[in-house]
Write a protein that binds this ligand. Sequence first.
Ligand code: ZN
Length: 204
Amino acid sequence: MGSLQFSFGTMSSGKSTLALQIHHNLAATGTGLLCSMHDRAGAHVSSALGVSTPAVEVHPKLDFYALAHSHQSGHGALDYLVCDEAQFYTDPQVDQLARVVDELGVDVYAFGLLTDFRGKLFPGSARFLEVADQRLELQVQARCWCGRAATHNARLHDGVQVYDGDVVLIDDGSTAQVTYELRCRNHWILGDSGPIADRFRAAG
Ligand SMILES: [Zn+2]
Protein backbone atom coordinates (compact mmCIF):
# COMPACT_ATOMS: atom_id res chain seq x y z
CA MET A 1 0.00 0.00 0.00
CA GLY A 2 1.52 3.25 -1.11
CA SER A 3 1.29 6.65 0.50
CA LEU A 4 1.05 10.21 -0.82
CA GLN A 5 3.13 12.59 1.27
CA PHE A 6 3.16 16.34 0.67
CA SER A 7 5.95 18.34 2.33
CA PHE A 8 5.71 22.11 2.08
CA GLY A 9 7.56 25.22 3.14
CA THR A 10 8.81 28.62 2.04
CA MET A 11 11.77 29.23 -0.22
CA SER A 12 14.99 28.03 1.46
CA SER A 13 13.09 25.47 3.54
CA GLY A 14 15.27 22.72 2.11
CA LYS A 15 12.63 21.13 -0.13
CA SER A 16 14.97 20.23 -2.99
CA THR A 17 17.73 19.14 -0.63
CA LEU A 18 15.32 16.79 1.12
CA ALA A 19 13.88 15.54 -2.20
CA LEU A 20 17.41 14.65 -3.36
CA GLN A 21 18.20 12.94 -0.06
CA ILE A 22 15.04 10.81 -0.11
CA HIS A 23 15.70 9.84 -3.73
CA HIS A 24 19.29 8.93 -2.85
CA ASN A 25 18.24 6.78 0.11
CA LEU A 26 15.36 4.97 -1.60
CA ALA A 27 17.37 4.32 -4.77
CA ALA A 28 19.72 2.12 -2.70
CA THR A 29 17.06 -0.55 -2.31
CA GLY A 30 14.32 0.35 -4.78
CA THR A 31 13.37 1.73 -8.16
CA GLY A 32 12.06 5.24 -8.45
CA LEU A 33 11.91 8.42 -10.47
CA LEU A 34 12.82 11.97 -9.55
CA CYS A 35 10.51 14.56 -11.17
CA SER A 36 10.62 18.33 -11.30
CA MET A 37 9.23 21.38 -13.06
CA HIS A 38 10.67 24.84 -13.74
CA ASP A 39 13.76 23.95 -11.75
CA ARG A 40 16.61 26.43 -11.82
CA ALA A 41 18.74 23.82 -13.60
CA GLY A 42 16.29 22.55 -16.25
CA ALA A 43 15.60 18.80 -16.19
CA HIS A 44 17.34 18.39 -12.86
CA VAL A 45 16.58 18.76 -9.20
CA SER A 46 19.18 21.08 -7.78
CA SER A 47 19.45 22.18 -4.18
CA ALA A 48 20.63 25.50 -2.81
CA LEU A 49 23.54 23.57 -1.30
CA GLY A 50 24.87 22.80 -4.79
CA VAL A 51 23.85 19.18 -5.39
CA SER A 52 22.11 18.38 -8.68
CA THR A 53 20.58 15.19 -10.10
CA PRO A 54 18.89 14.54 -13.49
CA ALA A 55 15.09 14.42 -13.27
CA VAL A 56 12.01 13.78 -15.36
CA GLU A 57 10.86 17.18 -16.61
CA VAL A 58 7.20 17.65 -15.71
CA HIS A 59 5.17 19.44 -18.41
CA PRO A 60 1.50 20.41 -17.90
CA LYS A 61 0.49 17.59 -20.24
CA LEU A 62 2.53 14.86 -18.55
CA ASP A 63 0.30 12.03 -17.29
CA PHE A 64 1.84 10.68 -14.08
CA TYR A 65 -0.34 7.59 -14.12
CA ALA A 66 0.76 6.70 -17.65
CA LEU A 67 4.39 7.44 -16.74
CA ALA A 68 4.29 5.21 -13.65
CA HIS A 69 2.35 2.45 -15.36
CA SER A 70 4.69 2.30 -18.35
CA HIS A 71 7.72 2.35 -16.06
CA GLN A 72 6.35 -0.60 -14.07
CA SER A 73 5.65 -2.49 -17.30
CA GLY A 74 8.96 -1.63 -18.92
CA HIS A 75 11.31 -2.00 -15.92
CA GLY A 76 9.36 -4.54 -13.86
CA ALA A 77 9.10 -2.27 -10.85
CA LEU A 78 8.43 1.24 -9.62
CA ASP A 79 8.55 1.75 -5.87
CA TYR A 80 8.44 5.51 -5.48
CA LEU A 81 8.23 8.92 -7.12
CA VAL A 82 9.95 11.97 -5.68
CA CYS A 83 8.26 15.11 -7.03
CA ASP A 84 9.89 18.51 -6.60
CA GLU A 85 8.42 21.94 -7.42
CA ALA A 86 5.04 20.30 -6.90
CA GLN A 87 3.29 23.64 -6.40
CA PHE A 88 3.34 24.01 -10.20
CA TYR A 89 1.57 20.71 -10.93
CA THR A 90 -1.98 20.83 -12.29
CA ASP A 91 -5.00 19.50 -10.37
CA PRO A 92 -5.31 16.51 -12.76
CA GLN A 93 -1.62 15.70 -12.23
CA VAL A 94 -2.05 15.66 -8.45
CA ASP A 95 -5.07 13.38 -8.86
CA GLN A 96 -3.00 11.13 -11.16
CA LEU A 97 -0.40 10.87 -8.39
CA ALA A 98 -3.13 9.77 -5.96
CA ARG A 99 -4.10 7.02 -8.43
CA VAL A 100 -0.44 6.03 -8.76
CA VAL A 101 -0.44 5.51 -4.98
CA ASP A 102 -3.78 3.71 -4.72
CA GLU A 103 -3.77 1.59 -7.87
CA LEU A 104 -0.07 0.95 -8.49
CA GLY A 105 1.13 0.82 -4.87
CA VAL A 106 3.82 3.45 -5.45
CA ASP A 107 4.95 5.82 -2.67
CA VAL A 108 4.85 9.47 -3.73
CA TYR A 109 6.93 12.13 -1.95
CA ALA A 110 5.95 15.60 -3.16
CA PHE A 111 7.67 18.85 -2.20
CA GLY A 112 6.40 22.34 -2.85
CA LEU A 113 5.93 25.93 -1.81
CA LEU A 114 2.67 26.52 0.02
CA THR A 115 1.90 30.12 -1.03
CA ASP A 116 3.07 32.45 -3.80
CA PHE A 117 4.37 36.02 -3.51
CA ARG A 118 0.75 37.25 -3.34
CA GLY A 119 0.22 35.16 -0.21
CA LYS A 120 -2.20 32.81 -2.03
CA LEU A 121 -2.03 29.03 -2.07
CA PHE A 122 -0.52 27.65 -5.26
CA PRO A 123 -3.33 25.65 -6.96
CA GLY A 124 -1.13 22.55 -7.07
CA SER A 125 -0.33 22.83 -3.37
CA ALA A 126 -4.00 23.35 -2.53
CA ARG A 127 -4.82 20.12 -4.34
CA PHE A 128 -2.03 18.24 -2.53
CA LEU A 129 -3.39 19.47 0.82
CA GLU A 130 -6.80 18.15 -0.19
CA VAL A 131 -5.73 14.66 -1.24
CA ALA A 132 -2.45 13.80 0.52
CA ASP A 133 -2.21 11.04 3.11
CA GLN A 134 0.37 13.07 5.07
CA ARG A 135 0.96 16.85 5.06
CA LEU A 136 4.27 17.90 6.55
CA GLU A 137 5.50 21.44 7.16
CA LEU A 138 9.28 21.57 6.75
CA GLN A 139 11.09 23.00 9.77
CA VAL A 140 14.56 24.22 8.92
CA GLN A 141 14.44 27.59 10.66
CA ALA A 142 14.15 29.79 7.56
CA ARG A 143 14.04 33.34 8.90
CA CYS A 144 12.78 36.80 8.08
CA TRP A 145 15.42 39.57 8.41
CA CYS A 146 13.91 40.40 11.84
CA GLY A 147 14.68 36.92 13.15
CA ARG A 148 11.11 35.62 13.24
CA ALA A 149 10.17 32.43 11.41
CA ALA A 150 9.64 33.08 7.70
CA THR A 151 6.15 32.14 6.57
CA HIS A 152 5.91 34.16 3.34
CA ASN A 153 7.77 34.60 0.06
CA ALA A 154 8.10 38.22 -1.06
CA ARG A 155 8.73 39.26 -4.68
CA LEU A 156 10.63 42.51 -5.17
CA HIS A 157 11.00 44.68 -8.25
CA ASP A 158 14.17 46.74 -7.93
CA GLY A 159 14.04 46.20 -4.19
CA VAL A 160 10.38 47.18 -3.75
CA GLN A 161 7.93 44.45 -2.75
CA VAL A 162 5.06 43.80 -5.19
CA TYR A 163 1.77 41.99 -4.59
CA ASP A 164 0.45 41.66 -8.14
CA GLY A 165 1.70 39.91 -11.26
CA ASP A 166 1.95 36.51 -12.89
CA VAL A 167 2.62 33.63 -10.52
CA VAL A 168 5.14 32.14 -12.93
CA LEU A 169 7.25 35.03 -14.09
CA ILE A 170 8.10 35.03 -17.77
CA ASP A 171 11.08 37.19 -18.69
CA ASP A 172 9.39 39.95 -20.67
CA GLY A 173 12.55 41.97 -21.24
CA SER A 174 11.56 44.60 -18.70
CA THR A 175 14.49 46.14 -16.90
CA ALA A 176 13.19 45.70 -13.34
CA GLN A 177 15.37 43.37 -11.30
CA VAL A 178 13.18 40.68 -9.75
CA THR A 179 14.31 39.11 -6.51
CA TYR A 180 12.65 37.05 -3.80
CA GLU A 181 13.04 37.31 -0.02
CA LEU A 182 11.70 35.44 2.95
CA ARG A 183 9.46 37.35 5.35
CA CYS A 184 7.45 36.85 8.49
CA ARG A 185 3.77 37.63 7.94
CA ASN A 186 3.97 41.09 9.50
CA HIS A 187 6.88 42.28 7.34
CA TRP A 188 5.37 40.62 4.26
CA ILE A 189 2.15 42.63 4.82
CA LEU A 190 4.11 45.83 5.49
CA GLY A 191 6.47 45.26 2.53
CA ASP A 192 9.30 46.01 4.93
CA SER A 193 12.77 44.90 3.77
CA GLY A 194 14.39 45.90 7.05
CA PRO A 195 17.52 47.81 7.95
CA ILE A 196 19.36 46.84 4.73
CA ALA A 197 16.72 48.69 2.70
CA ASP A 198 17.04 51.67 5.09
CA ARG A 199 20.77 51.82 4.39
CA PHE A 200 20.04 51.79 0.64
CA ARG A 201 17.61 54.66 1.08
CA ALA A 202 20.10 56.62 3.22
CA ALA A 203 22.79 56.14 0.58
CA GLY A 204 20.50 56.95 -2.32
ZN1 ZN B 1 9.95 39.95 10.03
